[in-house]
Design a protein around this ligand. Sequence first.
Ligand SMILES: N[C@@H](CCC(=O)N[C@@H](CS)C(=O)NCC(=O)O)C(=O)O
Length: 201
Amino acid sequence: MLTLRTSPASPFGRKVKISAALLGLSDRIEAVPADTNDPEDSLRRQNPLGKIPALILEDGEVLYDSRVIVEYLDHLAGGGKILPAGKDRFTVLRQQAVADGIMDAALLQVYEGRYRSADRHEPKWVALQAGKVERGLAYAEAHLSTPAPDLHIGHVALACALGYLDLRMGGTWRETHPRLVAWLADFEARVPAFAKTRVTA
Ligand SMILES: N[C@@H](CCC(=O)N[C@@H](CS)C(=O)NCC(=O)O)C(=O)O
């Protein structure tokens, strides 16, 4: 059994769970909650960065971050499944990078609210991160919003990024990105794991 250290609301953990489902590997993975704020949590020994997700293999080796874990799962499933081979791979990896970047920038805005008192919030920093989210969404709307026959990790990561914006940013992206709204509805209809991994708080 593989052990996934994550938390229900983690968009990167969700990316790993949905990837595992698409690859037919969900039954081989047990999710064990991790608290990134708890210095006593074994997570910090498993991943020196103290971040989730981290995947503990059967021989005790630990893989992180989500991109490495997804590469490993694709390899376990035979390779070339949600990470295509050849030149397409790099396009897909870039698409994953854009979606991961949206998640990173959204998380940093959430952390600003969570870890700094209101009088120390830095509007310039928040605006810098919000710009990354906005430009990432514009890129996705233009280049990734056509339902594709074969789902790949770029799609999974984008769905998780949009889901995280729904969870933590009030879903305001929906007002200005109608093609992405339709795209996400199509993704959800095709990938039951998306609804299964949704949290509301
Ligand atoms: N690039 C990493 C990002 C992981 C990440 O930022 N995880 C967040 C939770 S979703 C985290 O662990 N935050 C706690 C921290 O940064 O200490 C990945 O793809 O796994």
